[in-house]
Design a binder for this molecule. Structure first.
Ligand SMILES: NC(=O)c1ccc[n+]([C@@H]2O[C@H](COP(=O)([O-])OP(=O)(O)OC[C@H]3O[C@@H](n4cnc5c(N)ncnc54)[C@H](O)[C@@H]3O)[C@@H](O)[C@H]2O)c1
Length: 352
């Protein structure tokens, strides 16, 4: 880790991409994460990057490559579009700089495999962390701890739900899997301690709100190597709010994320013989703690020179690794192959 003379305990971070996630990460790094200093931001939209830089007292770089190479940047957060991740991760690793890359590692399994192969060949895979922030979400962490303590006995069935308000522009059935379902592709094996072995894609009638090319909602069935069956509903155009659920049914009981973790309004309204409370319009309020804790763990790891805070899928809550990103990409790839094959059970093929 290279650091500014006299400030060796501060990690100077550059953020690539200043859209929704990059702005959130940059603000957290500048205001809430101890031991971090936001020094550079960049975006294809230079005006957007400049506005954020001005707000947070950082500088701008002309592009991602310049930001990675900048001597004022010790470590890099990649929060640009999915298709840019692989190149930026490899550039940061080649420069010897730790990088926290938003999910996915790459949009396809072949690209994710190429990235991991290159990193492992160069011995730089330990510089890379993936933004699977559910591993830091207090509710998911508590659910996993209770499960591993044996609170409900062996897990048998999991029901996962991932609903958003409206699909982003250009969303397709495939991008719904690689962009949204990829969170479950990582969090379910992390939760259950067993890899996903096979996937079946299913779909009900399509919502009339879905654009051409997007089947919405989709239902994924996942079987882990130890036989647990999970259902995951991914519904991008659910309209009513951002809603993430997970219930694990075990031999002696059930564990679920508390309903209150969905609610972001500070008050409930009781009126007209009904009681109501609020949902978030997007993922940021629901996972605000997770993003902050993830960034703090990453910066702490960089400061310790450990490069990452803990091993990935099998360790105590820790950052996801590039290989975890590859495993998640393999699950998504099986889901897409199942979709194209009309829903048949499809094996997850993880490149060696
Ligand atoms: N972990 C999570 O919960 C979560 C949630 C949403 C999005 N994401 C991921 O975060 C990333 C960003 O998503 P978003 O919602 O902020 O999207 P966004 O469209 O709001 O922002 C992306 C930004 O990246 C910029 N950009 C694109 N290519 C670039 C390049 N080559 N160099 C510099 N900037 C570039 C765009 O101009 C845009 O400002 C995506 O990979 C997405 O999958 C993660």
């Amino acid at each position: 880790m290279s650091t500014r003379a006299g400030a060796s305990d501060v990690v100077r971070v550059g953020v690539v991409g200043t859209g929704v996630m990059g702005t959130d990460h940059a603000r957290l790094l500048a205001r809430s994460v101890s031991g971090a200093e936001l020094t550079r931001v960049t975006d294809l939209d230079a005006g957007r990057a400049q506005a954020l830089a001005t707000e947070l007292g950082a500088g701008t770089s002309p592009d991602g490559a310049s930001l990675v190479a900048d001597p004022e940047v010790d470590a890099v957060v990649v929060a640009s579009a999915d298709a840019t991740h692989a190149t930026l991760v490899l550039a940061a690793a080649a420069a010897g700089k730790p990088v926290l890359c938003e999910k996915p590692l790459a949009p396809t399994l072949a690209e994710a495999r190429d990235v991991v192969e290159q990193l492992e060949r160069d011995g730089t895979d330990d510089l890379v962390a993936l933004g699977f922030m559910r591993r830091f979400d207090p509710a998911h962490v508590e659910l996993r701890a209770a499960l591993h303590e044996g609170a409900v006995g062996a897990p048998l069935v999991v029901h996962g739900t991932s609903r958003g308000v409206t699909a982003g522009p250009g969303a397709t059935s495939e991008s719904s899997i690689t962009g949204s379902f990829v969170h479950e592709a990582d969090s379910l094996p992390w939760l259950l301690g067993s890899p996903v072995a096979e996937v079946s894609w299913q779909a009900p009638r399509c919502s009339s709100e879905a654009a051409e090319g997007l089947h919405d909602p989709q239902l994924l069935l996942l079987r882990t190597a130890d036989g647990v069956l999970s259902t995951v509903e991914v519904f991008l155009n659910a309209r009513y709010g951002y809603d993430i659920r997970c219930e694990v049914v075990g031999e002696r009981g059930a564990l679920a994320l508390a309903e209150s973790t969905q609610v972001v309004a500070l008050t409930t309204r009781s009126t007209g013989l009904a009681r109501s409370s609020g949902f978030a319009a997007d993922w940021r309020p629901r996972f605000a703690d997770a993003y902050r804790l993830e960034l703090q763990a990453w910066v702490d790891g960089v400061r310790r020179g450990a490069r990452r805070s803990a091993p990935g899928a099998t360790g105590a809550p820790g950052l996801a690794t590039a290989r975890d990103g590859l495993l998640a990409a393999a699950v998504c790839d099986a889901a897409i192959r199942s979709m194209r094959a009309g829903g048949s059970w499809t094996s997850v093929e993880v490149p060696a």
